[in-house]
Design a protein around this ligand. Sequence first.
Ligand code: PLP
Length: 413
Amino acid sequence: MDLAPRHMAGQLVASTKCREAKMTQPYHAGRHFLQIPGPTNVPDRVLRAIDNPTIDHRGPAFGELGKEILADLRQIFQTAGPVIIYPASGTGAWEAALTNTLSPGDTVLMCRTGWFASLWNEMATRLGLEPTFIETDWRRGADVAAIGEALAHDIAHRIKAVCVVHNETSTGCASRIDEVRAAMDAAKHPALLLVDTISSLASIDYRHDEWGVDVTIAGSQKGLMLPPGLSFNAVSAKAVKAAEGAKLPRSYWDWRPMLEANKTGYFPYTPGTNLLFGLQAAVQMLLEEGLVNVFARHDRFAEATRRAVRAWGLEIQCADPRHYSSSLTAVRLPEGHSADGLRAVILEKFNMSLGNGLGILKDRVFRIGHLGDLGDLQVVGTLGGVEMGLRAAGVPHKPGGVQAAIDYLAGNA
Ligand SMILES: *Cc1c(COP(=O)(O)O)cnc(C)c1O
């Protein structure tokens, strides 16, 4: 029964609509499988941590929490420098990275690896930057040779930043940030390196300091196993220096008051207090497992998934094995078959959500998220749901994908 107050007409309409929508969905026993590539399943330990009374964010207990989280987070980014936390989605952290380091009219070099790189590019244009875009076919990571060439030709150093999406969530292709760094060094180019790790941080090996990244952008709802609502900028000394001269307007996103308040564990405005409780638990879990083991777990699940896809006789969207993503796999459907139709069948029959195709891949691919809080049985269950879905939706395939995954997982325990 709905006990919510009914004195507002709008609420009444909303709650009636909600009930009608529910009635069209059959009841499903068992847990929903949220296998989209973010938001990911939130572990119970993180949920329990969030479920605590909100505390005074200017009181003494908060300062201790803030200091601990801000210190421990550095290990996740593999940096000795500061990590800034925003109560915002990942898109906010994109904007923060650009507005803190750049000035109107600055040229930025971007790579169209897929949908998310395209959105970041549109944002750069809207902010008054002048992005140049290196194209790809959405089936591989950033073209490192093309980046090196563009930088080598830029004798006047008009390019102020190179922006790369580490793990392109729309395609399941991961770019080689170590190689991008090497190309920038080879060209002896002073541009900043800004990297989006929203769907790779804490899933795929990523080294902010070692790879000379200036701003790393991350979000809470993917590898970090939290609900949506927090995002991050890890910043190099060079980036902090760039922020002194950057002329793009910024206020909410300004790093300077953040870095100042963070010194004592506090924030210049109200932080996402309860999500920070969850973040503390999530970071503890990752450090207890050990980052090396976290990465190996994701690599193993990705390989099991790819073996299943090949056994089904379907095609993996990522065409370059060096760029395979360990956090998700995008799967192409045979010509004439609808990926969205398949996803709808799987949701209705098996209570599992899979990622949809975005941009030019709309209805052409579905995406299996295998990142965050999951173990062997969730992977086998997920692939089981896909295989049953392929059969139920009449998508031509060979059986045996789940068996191929089990053979791999059991042989590589
Ligand atoms: C999810 C995602 C985003 C968008 O983040 P929001 O939290 O939805 O704003 C950006 N880039 C990548 C690579 C992502 O996976």
